[in-house]
Design a protein around this ligand. Sequence first.
Ligand code: SAH
Ligand code: SF4
Ligand code: F3S
Length: 457
Amino acid sequence: MSKTFYIETFGCQMNVHDSEKVIGTLEHEGYAQVHDETAADLILYNTCSIRDKAEQKVFHRLNEYKRMQGEGKKFAVIGCVAQQEGERIFERAPFVSIVAGSASYRNLPTMLERLEAGETRITGLDDRQTDETFDTEFTVRSNPHRGYITIIEGCDKFCAYCVVPYTRGKERSRTSASVLVEARRMADEGHTDIQLLGQNVNSWRDPSGRMSFAELLTEVGNISGIRRVRFTTSHPRDFTRDIVEAIDATPTICDHIHLPVQSGSSSVLHTMSREYTREWYLERMSWIHSAKRDISITSDMIVGFPGETDADFEQTITLLDAVRYDGVFAFKFSPRPNTPAVNMADSISDEVKNERLRILNDRQREIQREHYARHLGHNVEVMVESYNQARGQIVGRSSQNKTVNFTVPIGASEPPIGSYLPIHITRTQPNCLVGEAVAGVDPLQATHQPQPFVVLN
Ligand code: SAH
Ligand code: SF4
Ligand code: F3S
């Protein structure tokens, strides 16, 4: 009898990529993936704990799982909530059999053996202090064109609000040689777009001492067949000027930097333990602004951090104006277990947090409306991602990581998913660009193994 599993993933790209590795490991152990949980013998839930809402989703889903008890199903809670809550999950949901954090996934085969032997409380929580990363040859990448490589796991920064150092453990970098071997293999398999991942990707330090982060970007960008290299998330503390120089010198390194600032107020940044000031951050912005290429900049912001005054918040708004971001992800502060900020008085009411979030998003939308106009009348290269049949549009992504909705000239055929082509931008919307494929230019197919024509609804 073949064994089946269903997996659901929440959280960041690192979790998404971890799931790809978990799927590969399970398949190697003889399990087949199904996309309907009612058909699965084993249900895995890869969890996120970054904000309270994300954690609540897990327990809500576990309650739904409960209905399926007694049908012989096994349940595994993995990822950041698993690491954070540990064995308490067994108390809250006694039908769960495996609780495992990301640092222990390489022990999954043993955990599965114990599960099959009938054990009911299996934990993988103990080895966060390992120097190893979860690297497996069995990774199943769901997208044949764009693929992730985790180059650094964990976080040593301990920002006052954040669970990641507790859920993912200390920083561990992979060697440049192992990253490059994986990148070359992906290029051979047909991936043209590689995304290097890390909670703080630019804190990567080559354990073999061979190259800097900027040099690694360049090396990956020089691999034959690779057309785009992205990297996320960068931390301002470790952001060096040679990263901007590498982008300027290497066209395959995407002209986009996600550099979360969190707050525009140096005093809030200090309480957050971000270890930089507004001025320090703005200096890094000036490096990016003076690059030869038009590098898009995006950020994360937190509003309503304990003690944030109106004047502090105003500093965040003026920072938006000074930087002119291409995109901002703004969040209300959410007190998290184990973090220092949970013991600070959560002094800002939800009403004020909502109001600050609204003001920030309104201002940023206005900035984007003005700032995106620079693309009007220009050609922007996209990688084709999907077809939006309902709107009669094709959806692509620019090197700057902007969504571009476009049509093809009358009589021209739709370009294949994964191909690259220039789009003439005719219109902008708050979060995307709109245009038409440049007439007479054939889409550039994925260099190896062109993929079959896929139509998505
Ligand atoms: N390592 C990255 C961020 C990873 S977490 C960095 O340091 O920039 C992704 C984002 O979630 C953070 O940038 C932050 O804006 C947000 N976040 C993290 N903890 C939060 C909390 N307790 N409440 C609200 N937002 C939070
Ligand atoms: Fe969290 Fe700060 Fe680490 Fe980012 S740098 S993952 S915000 S502790
Ligand atoms: Fe969430 Fe863990 Fe990522 S808390 S954001 S899944 S590192």
